[in-house]
Every structure is written in structure tokens, then in C-alpha cells.
Design a protein around this ligand. Structure first.
Ligand code: NCD
Length: 308
């Protein structure tokens, strides 16, 4: 298996299918893998807040019989003393068999990977990428609407939303029509747009969900990334604009699924939770078997080797 998972460009269609197939096997029979990572240590280095990603990596490691060492918050670690990212990961590299890194700066995972021998997984680098979120998003899509011959809408903060950047890139390996719905100021950044064009994908952009809602098999909603805005007034200009509720979804197909990487703020009203459209909590739960599959493929003795 490939040693580093930094951006969605590291995930070919074959890689994705391999992880998703393994995740499905694990979800069917979790007891069969409970000592796959016995003796292996996974380091969690989170320089930014996290609930799902951190806890699901931790749960995944425990469920495979491995151990976790956790850097704690930056305030609790030597980061607070001014240690560089390169030095921190170089030290952790000597403690652990794999490193899971989240950092507020785009490109941090690419840089950190240069300083370590252990496999490194990008758990989010600023407004860059979040490839393991994409794996669980794809798993959720594959098990609900499928991954080929489908139409997907991605709505919200497409500029700063790293889950969007990774998902949109990864979907170009599948037969998916993608529609992007956002205010003009939060459209996809040029780098991601270029990746999509290079992959032969058409970037269809809308400022209005109504323009495409009835065509969609899946609607992927994202939070406006308040912490990445240069100033609060720019955030306030767009906050609360892209919000769906159960009434909005009356115009959608009955079998359209609503996804969200979570956390949500106000972009999906609670009345959507009780509709058949809502799959976002199931999506979050899928993070455990998917991250188990990834760690298993990266670390278990009998897996070895490169991605297919
Ligand atoms: C996302 C992230 O951290 O990018 N959260 C997650 O990992 N599920 C999405 C977000 O914070 O909006």
C-alpha cells in the first residue's frame, strides 16, 4: 500500500475500491480483525480541533488491536514552546508505526511527510485536503446511491472546505456528474478547478440550489469554514445563506441522499434528520470501518506493498 495519503490525488480508482471493499468486509465481520494491528502504534498529531476524525482513528486503531499515542492539543505539547512541525513529526516518527496529522496550514502534511519514514495520513491541512474523509464519503455514496452514473451536488463553502477539494478530485475517477452550489465568493479555488479540468471533469457552478436539486442523487452540504476567513465581516456576508430544511427537499427526488462531513452549524435544519434523505450520521459512523480498512492495508503484516 502507498505509504503516504496526503491528497485525494493519491487515491486512484483502484485504491479507493480496495479500501472500500476492505471496509465493507470489516463492517460485515468486525470480530475477524480484532488483532490485526497487535503491537502497532498509531500517533495522532492534531494541531487543530477534531471530534470525528480523531476519535474514529482512535476507535479504528483500538478495534484492530493496536495502540494510540496522542500528542494532545498544541497548547499541551512542545508546540507551545515554539517547536517546528518538522521537529515534532521527526520525533513522533521514532515512537509510532503510522502518523495521523491534522494542521491548520495548507501543505503541512506534504512537508511533514518529507521528514518521516512512517506512513503519514493527512487528516486535514488547512483549506487543502482531507482524503480519509473522502474515503468515508465515497463508502457512504457507494452503499446508498452508487458511484457510477450518478449526479452529485456539492454545496456550501467550496473555497475553504477541504473535504470538498478531496471529494471533488476523487469523484473524477468515477462516472459522476458534479454540480457546485455556492455564493460566488466561495467557489472552488483555482488549484482544485485545474485538477478537475485536467481530469476531464466539467465544473458546473450555480449560485442557486434550485437550479439542480431535482436532478441530484446526492447532495453534499458543507459548513462555512468561519475559522479560515480573513475577517469576521467577510464571514457574516455569507453565513446562513445556504441552508436546507425538510421543505427545501420536497423538490428533490425521494431517494436523494443528503450528506455532510459534520460538524453542521445551521446549514441543515434539524427537521431534515428525520427524513429518509439524511445519511450524515451514518456517514460519520462509516469513518470507523473505513479508517480500519486504511490502517489495515497500510500496516498489517500480510498487506504490504504498494497500492494496486
Ligand atoms: C471536516 C474538516 O475538519 O474539514 N470535519 C471532519 O473532519 N468531519 C469538515 C468541517 O470542519 O467543516
Amino acid at each position: 500500500m502507498r505509504q503516504q495519503v496526503i491528497t485525494a490525488a493519491d487515491l486512484s480508482r483502484a485504491d479507493v475500491n480496495r479500501v472500500l471493499d476492505r471496509a465493507a468486509e470489516i463492517a460485515d465481520d468486525p470480530g475477524a480483525v480484532d488483532d490485526r494491528l497487535a503491537g502497532e502504534v498509531v500517533a495522532l498529531c492534531f494541531f487543530e480541533p477534531s471530534t470525528r476524525t480523531r476519535m474514529s482513528f482512535e476507535t479504528a486503531t483500538h478495534r484492530l488491536g493496536g495502540d494510540v499515542v496522542d500528542m494532545g492539543t498544541p497548547e499541551e505539547s512542545s508546540v507551545a514552546k515554539g517547536e517546528s512541525l518538522a521537529d515534532t513529526v521527526r520525533v513522533v516518527d521514532g515512537y509510532a508505526d503510522a502518523i495521523v496529522l491534522r494542521h491548520p496550514r495548507e501543505g503541512a502534511a506534504t512537508l511533514a511527510a518529507e521528514f518521516v519514514d512512517a506512513p503519514l495520513v493527512n487528516a486535514g491541512d488547512g483549506a487543502g485536503h482531507h482524503p480519509t474523509q473522502t474515503l468515508l464519503d465515497l463508502y457512504t455514496m457507494r452503499s446508498t446511491v452508487g458511484l457510477d452514473g450518478v449526479t452529485v451536488g456539492v454545496m456550501g463553502d467550496l473555497k475553504y472546505g477541504r473535504t470538498v477539494h478531496s471529494l471533488a478530485t476523487a469523484l473524477t475517477a468515477f462516472d459522476v456528474d458534479q454540480h457546485f452550489v455556492s455564493p460566488e465568493s466561495l467557489q472552488l479555488p483555482p488549484g482544485v478547478r485545474l485538477d478537475l479540468h485536467d481530469a476531464g471533469a466539467t465544473v458546473r457552478e450555480h449560485t442557486d440550489l434550485e437550479a439542480v436539486l431535482s436532478e441530484l442523487d446526492a447532495l453534499y452540504v458543507t459548513r462555512i469554514q468561519r475559522e479560515r476567513f480573513p475577517d469576521e465581516s467577510a464571514y457574516r456576508e455569507v453565513a446562513g445563506q445556504y441552508r436546507i430544511d425538510a421543505a427545501t427537499l420536497e423538490a428533490a427526488r425521494d431517494d436523494m441522499v443528503v450528506m455532510h462531513p459534520l460538524p453542521r452549524i445551521d446549514e441543515i435544519a434539524p427537521d431534515v434528520d428525520d427524513t429518509d434523505h439524511a445519511v450524515y450520521f451514518r456517514q460519520a459512523h462509516n469513518g470507523v470501518p473505513v479508517r480500519m480498512a486504511l490502517l489495515d492495508l497500510m500496516l498489517a503484516d500480510d498487506q504490504g506493498g504498494e497500492w494496486e
